[in-house]
Unconditional design. Structure first.
Length: 99
């Protein structure tokens, strides 16, 4: 029921076991990956499961700006979805795992 409530509020929910397996691997971050402070803030909030609207409100940005930051993050991290971006960020240690 807790998971259903979280999903209803717009939070992404993943089973603990697969998430731990994905995050447990720590490949080296390519030297070419360099995030701006704004991208880093957006990435941290994506990893917390916030929506674009929630991120925009938290960082005082427009939703369009948040979308642009996410597209930039996907390009830099070589991902195509928010979930892949979050997992890659956690795998590479670009954000903390303590939420």
């Amino acid at each position: 029921m807790d998971a259903l409530r979280l999903v209803h509020r717009g939070t992404t929910v993943m089973s603990d076991c697969p998430a731990r397996r994905m995050v447990g691997r720590r490949p080296t971050v390519p030297a070419t990956v360099s995030l701006t402070p704004s991208e880093q803030h957006v990435l941290e909030l994506v990893c917390e499961g916030l929506t674009n609207a929630q991120i925009a409100g938290r960082l005082y940005l427009s939703e369009s700006t948040v979308k642009l930051r996410i597209v930039s993050l996907e390009e830099k991290l070589g991902t195509t979805t928010r979930i892949q971006t979050a997992v890659r960020a956690l795998q590479w240690g670009l954000v903390g795992t303590s939420g």
